[in-house]
Design a protein around this ligand. Structure first.
Ligand code: NAD
Length: 267
């Protein structure tokens, strides 16, 4: 039985993950953590998640909760994730990180601690998006420099970071496959008289509207034709199932920093 603590337990993803743990054989929720001052602290985590009593109360004491955990599943906020990571390291717990929006410095810290503990970190835990990451790399290599690459992502109005972590990961994969330096070729917005598009640009455009769970489209635009490939997440359950699958997988691995491609055997 893999004992799991969920952080951000009253958040959109946290609630979905708690419901998936409840129905997943071989997993047990042993803690549900929220930020200090959250109005749901002290309430039953299952009731907060909308699926009935679980007997686990939401707490703001991560240090105490982590002591029972084989694995933490963290979908919170970059600063909170970094704090949870340091404590999980001391406790020898594995960590599945779904949080997005890390700074360069925070990503370097992730790599550093990755040598000392078991971590799965991925901006998107869905099977479909991870397959997409593999497929677009092949498409970029085959289509090459004659096809303009543009990424469009759309998410709900409450999302805090932009572009999405998934769009940035797609951009990194595409830049790598095309031998380009993303810092030099990424274009995040266009406005005014800019002149012609440079062939090496990788455009990354953001839409925020309503309750869109998460859409990503990659356009390869050539002369006389274009190829578009789209992934649409219809429910957060797809990410939650991926996160729980990652937890079941990572506890059996040697120390290291892994991603969802490792979990799904796509490398
Ligand atoms: P949300 O705002 O609904 O939930 C985040 C929760 O974290 C909130 O309830 C907040 O109170 C809590 N939190 C903040 N600081 C905390 C702390 N110190 N300790 C414990 N809890 C704390 O957001 P969400 O939609 O659930 O998304 C959370 C993160 O997951 C975002 O970064 C989002 O981009 C990312 N996300 C990733 C995937 C994926 O597949 N990897 C999918 C969806 C969302």
């Amino acid at each position: 039985m893999v004992k799991i603590v969920v952080t951000g337990a009253a958040g959109r993803m946290g609630k979905s993950i708690i419901n998936v743990i409840r129905e997943t054989v071989g997993t047990e929720l042993v803690g549900a953590v929220e930020r200090s001052g959250h109005t749901d602290i002290g309430k039953d985590a299952g009731e907060v998640a909308g699926s009935g009593k679980l007997g686990i109360k939401l707490t703001d004491n991560f240090e105490k909760a982590v002591k029972k955990a084989d694995c933490i599943i963290d979908f919170t906020f970059p600063e909170a994730t970094m704090y949870h990571l340091d404590i999980a390291l001391k406790n020898n717990s594995a960590v599945v990180i779904g949080t997005t929006g890390f700074s360069h410095h925070q990503r370097e810290r992730l790599k550093e601690v990755g040598g000392q503990m078991r971590i799965v970190a991925a901006p998107n835990m869905s099977v479909g998006v991870n397959l997409l990451l593999k497929v677009v790399s092949d498409m970029a290599k085959i289509l090459g420099k004659d096809y303009d690459v543009e990424i469009i992502e759309a998410h709900h109005r409450l999302k805090k970071d932009a572009p999405s972590g998934t769009a940035m990961r797609l951009a990194e994969v595409l830049a790598y496959s095309l031998n380009r330096d993303l810092d030099k070729v990424a274009v995040y917005e266009r406005h005014g008289i800019l002149g012609e598009r440079k062939p090496e640009e990788i455009g990354i455009q953001t839409i925020r509207a309503g309750d869109i769970v998460g859409d990503h489209t990659i356009i390869f635009g050539g002369l006389g034709e274009r190829l578009e490939i789209t992934h649409r997440a219809q429910s957060r359950d797809t990410f939650a199932r991926g996160a729980v699958r990652a937890a079941l997988w990572v506890v059996k691995q040697p120390k290291g920093l892994y991603d969802m491609q490792d979990v799904l055997g796509l490398k």
